[in-house]
Design a protein around this ligand. Structure first.
Ligand SMILES: [Fe+2]
Length: 620
């Protein structure tokens, strides 16, 4: 009889469910994809129903256990102690937080039982592995390494904000822990807030903004010194102390004391959605550099403490792919592996793994050379009948292809003429990135592609870069990267040989000029600092997507495409054919491919929205 473990993360942000069968991942998905609420924190009923259905499980008794990704009691203790330590400050937020805690979160066991009872009849044993152990388990157990140092860094779990651990066969030992309020993730989030982006989701934007900072300027150096002198004391081993006089997150409802920051840096917090000016770009670069310094020190300590020459990473900060690239190039480890769902969604997977290997003590089978994530293609898949039902509902004309060869050839030709394609195939990705199954694609050679995608398709800030999906075997022809990066979690320089001279009258003053400079022959995926966030695509992991890029190469000589997630700003990545068709019709995408069906925009009936989706687009 098979053993099933359901992992759940919920009630903070990015709720998710994951299911293990005898230690293998059967399915995993984030709740936001089903409810269409970005970063949905509610109990993942839809995601849990989906993963159970994948295994044909109809009763909770069929599960060995349900593992929740943190320990509510410890979190409550942290909350109480923090308010006590900072009292009488924070009384207002204390009074608003405590009733919710007592009513809902403290009695998590009961709450979870009620929610699970709504999904299926029967009862299941509940387990509560710690938050950072869940992250550590999500990083180590599915990795391709028998032994590894483990680094987890995020905002905060119960008490821990970062841990260093050692994983060997089926065991994980946590060796060091950094505790709240001293947190790399919260430090980075405070700058996200100060630069006018949304905390917990805008961190990516801050990272994308950093390369617009002027690295050689005195400003960046000055800001970095101010951060190190006033905001954070960084020790040689990577542990750090925040100067809490500047931060408000422990007791207040915002991240930092704005007046003090304004005095320190000399300019106010940026109003969300207002113009991005040079000081914010320079500040973004300064905090990126400080963060990288802390992370690299933690890596060095992890290496010394464990003696392991491989490193695995998880926790929200591991989604900072610029710092991941630096870890790789630092040479501290022979190889690194990063959990693609590194944020709290991945905690669901880690909690289930912790239950299987630690609580149940089951052996771990390592598949050397490849990880256990199935390319992160762990979500729902839809049949031809599902796609045809959507087409019928909207009376949408389409062309059916009999095989993928001809389809890929035609789609590649459309890409090469500047068309933007919605590409919907197979199982949905788990984690924040679309990896070729729920993607929007374009031609990386096209200098106007970045602007077109940002402004006409994604309705998002023009400065944000796009990522290349490149044939794994061709990757080193374009990028200075000597290994696969299947999850788009490594940033590396574009090969110097790709550079082309700037126009003579080129002026590098403004942001837009910087963005549209023609510095490489793949400008749509070359960021302003001549780097790229790379996804390598192998035939083994995604045959369909590989075949399409291969067809593009046959026609153009270039073995890569622009790959961005299939959604518009403020919306989760599409899940169903219905979501995909709606997104296609609401944007200036030229073609939509779902399975073997091609939908051309000019052939579609006029689109009338039945829902006020634009009101959901959050300001940056
Ligand atoms: Fe976390």
């Amino acid at each position: 009889m098979s053993h099933y473990f359901l992992g759940i993360s919920a009630y903070y942000h990015d709720s998710a469910a994951a299911l293990l069968m005898d230690g293998e991942i059967l399915a995993a998905a984030q709740e936001e994809r089903f409810t269409r609420k970005k970063h949905d924190p509610s109990f993942p009923s839809n995601a849990a129903k989906y993963v159970l259905a994948e295994a044909g499980i109809t009763r909770l008794d069929e599960l060995q256990a349900v593992a929740f990704y943190d320990k509510p009691w410890l979190k409550f203790e942290r909350l109480l102690e923090t308010y006590h330590a900072f009292a009488p400050k924070g009384m207002r937020s204390f009074l608003s937080a405590i009733p919710v805690w007592v009513k809902e979160k403290l009695f998590m066991r009961n709450l979870l039982k009620v929610e699970l009872g709504r999904i299926a009849p029967g009862t299941a044993r509940l387990l509560f592995p710690e938050h950072h152990l869940s992250h550590a388990a999500s990083a180590f157990y599915p990795s391709p390494f028998e032994e590894a140092a483990i680094l987890t860094i995020d905002g905060v779990g119960e008490w821990a904000t970062a841990t260093i651990g050692h994983g060997k066969s089926n065991r994980i030992k946590i060796l060091r822990q950094l505790d709240f309020p001293h947190s790399v993730g919260l430090l980075y989030s405070a700058f996200t807030f100060y630069c006018g982006f949304k905390v917990n989701s805008g961190e990516y934007k801050l990272m994308g903004l950093a390369p617009y900072g002027n690295a050689k300027s005195d400003q960046v150096r000055t800001y970095e010194h101010k951060i190190r002198d006033e905001l954070v004391d960084i020790r040689p081993d990577g542990s750090m102390l925040l100067n809490m006089a500047y931060f408000n997150f422990a007791t207040g409802l915002t991240m930092c004391h704005e007046a003090k920051w304004q005095e320190l840096f000399g300019f106010p917090r940026r109003e969300p959605a207002s113009e991005l000016t040079q000081p914010y770009m320079d500040l973004a670069l300064a905090i990126q550099q400080v963060t990288e310094d802390i992370v690299l020190r933690l890596c060095k300590t992890a290496r010394e403490l464990t003696g392991a020459d491989r490193l695995v990473l998880a926790g929200g900060v591991s989604l900072n792919c610029v710092s991941n690239g630096k870890i790789l190039r630092s040479g501290a480890f022979k190889d690194i592996w990063i959990q693609p769902a590194s944020g709290d969604a991945g905690g669901a997977l880690g909690a289930a793994y912790a239950a299987w290997h630690i609580w149940k003590g089951e052996e771990r089978r390592v598949n050397l050379g490849s990880d256990a994530m199935n390319g992160a293609y762990l979500g729902p898949e839809f049949s031809a009948a599902d796609i045809l039902r959507t087409a019928r509902r909207h009376q949408a004309p389409f062309r059916e292809y009999s095989g993928s060869d001809e389809l890929c050839r035609d789609v590649a030709a459309m890409l090469a003429t500047g068309c933007v394609i919605g590409w919907f195939q197979g199982r949905m990705e788990f984690g924040p990135r679309a990896l070729g199954n729920r993607s929007i694609l374009g031609d990386p050679r096209n200098p106007d592609m970045q602007k077109k995608l940002n402004l006409k398709i994604k309705f998002r800030e023009g400065f944000r870069p796009f990522a290349p999906a490149v044939l794994e075997e061709d990757s080193s022809a374009y990028f200075e990267l000597d290994r696969p990066s299947p999850y788009m979690l490594l940033v590396a320089p574009v090969q110097k040989s790709r550079s082309i001279p700037l126009p003579e009258n080129y002026n590098q003053q403004g942001m837009w000029e910087k963005l549209y400079q023609l510095r490489s022959d793949i400008p749509a995926v070359t960021h302003v600092d001549y780097s790229a966030r790379i996804q390598t695509v192998s035939k083994r992991e995604n045959t369909n997507f590989w075949q399409l890029i291969r067809a593009f190469k046959e026609q153009t000589g270039y073995g890569l495409v622009v790959n961005t997630s299939f959604n518009v700003r403020g919306e989760p990545i599409v899940c169903t054919p219905e979501d995909a068709y709606r997104c296609f019709m609401r944007t200036e995408m030229d073609f939509l491919v779902m399975g073997n069906y091609l939908f051309a925009k000019p052939d579609q009936p006029a689109w009338k929205d039945d829902d006020d989706w634009q009101s959901r687009i959050e300001p940056d």
